[in-house]
Design a protein around this ligand. Structure first.
Ligand code: DC
Length: 239
């Protein structure tokens, strides 16, 4: 196994942005594991807020609920950095937040300026007190961690992304059609990329990677090479 030796002194963040199904979460998790860093998927935070609003029978127009729910979420939201399991207090919501319905709701909720402003410190807080973090989302490199030393924008063809979503949902015994998923992905991409606040786009200094033809481990190797090139990873130890 290869183990990377990292410097303890500074917090290191690698941002991985990109559209739904581009492989961000798989790559980020594997990469974090290789580096011994934590992995944070910020989409899960938007998804959790969307689930809370839905369960309360309200929406983003209810500004009071946003304030209360974000305050609650800030205290009680937890992502297991290794497994990626998500908890709100004692309740596990890992699977509930991954349904196509919540995906759609999260994308709608994420358009709201107040939501984004309030969730900004929540996202930054998760990476405090750790050695290093791999964070994925839509605006990690542009807004949340603009000073990150390495920013990746990961893409893949819409067909490939829909296929990956289908595999993921099948693992949860859900069976949407591929065509339906392709339509949803196009609609969500358009909404995420065209919203007024913090739209999904590569940071000016981001490295663009296309994962259509690449296995996740090949993407991870490419990112690790960039880490070494940028001095983020000072050395390699073979064991
Ligand atoms: O990464 P994901 O598919 O779990 O994200 C779900 C939705 O949340 C996505 O459609 C847009 C929104 N989102 C966002 O606007 N900004 C982020 N940093 C992460 C997610």
């Amino acid at each position: 196994m290869t183990v990377f030796v990292t410097s303890e002194e500074t917090l290191k963040v690698i941002t991985i942005d990109g559209p739904a199904g581009s492989g961000k979460s798989t790559v980020s998790r594997l990469l974090a594991h290789r580096l011994g860093w934590i992995y944070v998927t910020t989409g899960a935070i938007y998804r959790t807020l969307a689930l809370m609003l839905f369960e309360a029978g309200t929406g983003v127009q209810d500004r009071g609920s946003i304030e209360r729910f974000v305050a609650f979420l800030s205290e009680r939201y937890r992502q297991d950095p290794r497994s990626g399991r998500v908890f709100l207090g004692d309740r596990e919501i890992t699977h509930e937040i991954r349904t196509p319905f919540v995906s759609e709701q999260a994308s709608l909720v994420a358009q709201d300026e107040l939501v984004r402003r309030r969730l900004l410190p929540v996202q930054r807080k998760v990476v405090l007190d750790c050695n290093g973090a791999v964070v994925d989302g839509r605006d990690m490199g542009t807004v949340v961690f603009p000073d990150a030393p390495l920013k990746i924008f990961l893409t893949a063809s819409p067909e490939q992304r829909a296929q990956r979503r289908l595999d993921e949902l099948r693992a949860q015994n859900l069976e949407p059609s591929l065509d339906e998923l392709i339509r949803e992905i196009h609609a969500r991409d358009a909404r995420d990329a065209n919203r007024l606040v913090a739209p999904m786009r590569p940071a000016e200094d981001a490295v663009l990677l296309d994962s259509t033809e690449l296995e996740p481990n090949a993407v991870v190797r490419a990112v690790l090479r960039l880490c070494v090139d940028r001095g983020l990873v000072p050395g390699l130890e073979e064991s």
